[in-house]
Design a protein around this ligand. Structure first.
Ligand code: GUN
Length: 282
């Protein structure tokens, strides 16, 4: 069994993004800028946003976090995004999800200029991904692809089971893998026999937020397991969606939690923001 070390891979991406930022500054006088909108007081969202801001600082980006109260109106959020769309110093706009119940998340995402949609959530970018055109791809699935590439794990012809069908993870993950010629199954909450699907897979990718959902008897020997889940359990520690101790014994490769997919999500956000800055119209 080999661990897929997301942390060290993410650090390599930080280094390479940092070097590109230097060049961009010197040659074009451009400092990539990321704007983050954070609404409410969810501790997990606050923690993620803090990590994103810290990562921006590390690679020399300009970044701002716009913190708004839970009571904010949808129109005020839309107004803020419109300002960011027009701000030439901002290359990427990220609205941290989930949003409060009174806000229409789909509407908010659609207001973001697709050229600044570094989260890859705008229908324009989702559509481009589905048909295999260049655009912004959601950070977590893109990070998973980077991990598979870095460890020379081939995808073509592989049976991949994705557990979780969210717009943020499962669906874009499926598109990326299909574009890379995998045979893709997406299992979700209504799937009748999850085990039948995971057992048939060469690669299992799970991101549902259920600790220890994937157990030893649900996977075949030699499988590759990518664990996107991040769950804080009663004793305060972080665990994924996979019963790591038992499952890892049967794996050829597996990602740990923490230190697996999590750091890659932030690294690919930086990559996406850099990509946007390079296309800045100056
Ligand atoms: N909430 C959980 N994951 C993400 C993400 O990748 N982007 C944003 N904006 N919100 C999230």
């Amino acid at each position: 069994m080999q661990l897929i070390d997301g942390k060290s891979l993410a650090n390599k991406i930080y280094e390479s993004v940092g070097k590109s930022v230097e060049i961009l500054k010197q040659e074009m006088n451009i400092v990539p800028g990321l704007a983050v909108i954070l609404i409410g007081d969810d501790p997990a969202s606050h923690a993620y946003v803090k990590m994103k801001a810290k990562a921006c600082e590390k690679v020399g980006f300009y970044s701002i976090t716009h913190h708004m109260p839970d009571s904010i109106s949808q129109d005020e959020i839309i107004g803020t995004i419109a300002m960011m769309n027009d701000n030439p110093r901002i290359d990427g706009i990220l609205v941290q999800l989930p949003l409060p119940a009174h806000i229409d998340t789909d509407k908010i995402i659609e207001v973001i200029d697709p050229k600044k949609d570094v989260d890859g959530f705008h229908p324009y970018n989702v559509g481009r991904l589905v048909i295999g055109l260049d655009g912004f791809v959601a950070c977590t699935p893109l990070g998973v692809m980077r991990m598979l590439e870095a460890y020379d794990i081939s995808i073509q012809g592989k049976n991949v089971c994705i557990v979780g069908a969210s717009n943020i993870v499962g669906k874009p993950m499926a598109s990326l893998l299909l574009n890379a010629n995998a045979t893709v199954t997406i299992a979700h909450i209504h799937t009748k026999d999850l085990k039948a699907h995971t057992l048939a897979a060469d690669i299992v990718i799970v991101g549902v937020g259920v600790p220890s959902l994937i157990k030893e008897d649900m996977i075949k020997q030699g499988v590759i397991v990518i664990d996107i889940g991040i769950n804080r359990i009663a004793n305060g520690s972080l665990v994924g969606d996979v019963d790591f101790q038992a499952v890892s014994k049967k794996c050829s490769y597996i990602t740990p939690v923490p230190g697996g997919v999590g750091p890659m999500t932030i690294a690919t956000l930086l990559e996406n923001t850099l990509k946007s800055a390079k296309k800045r119209e100056t």
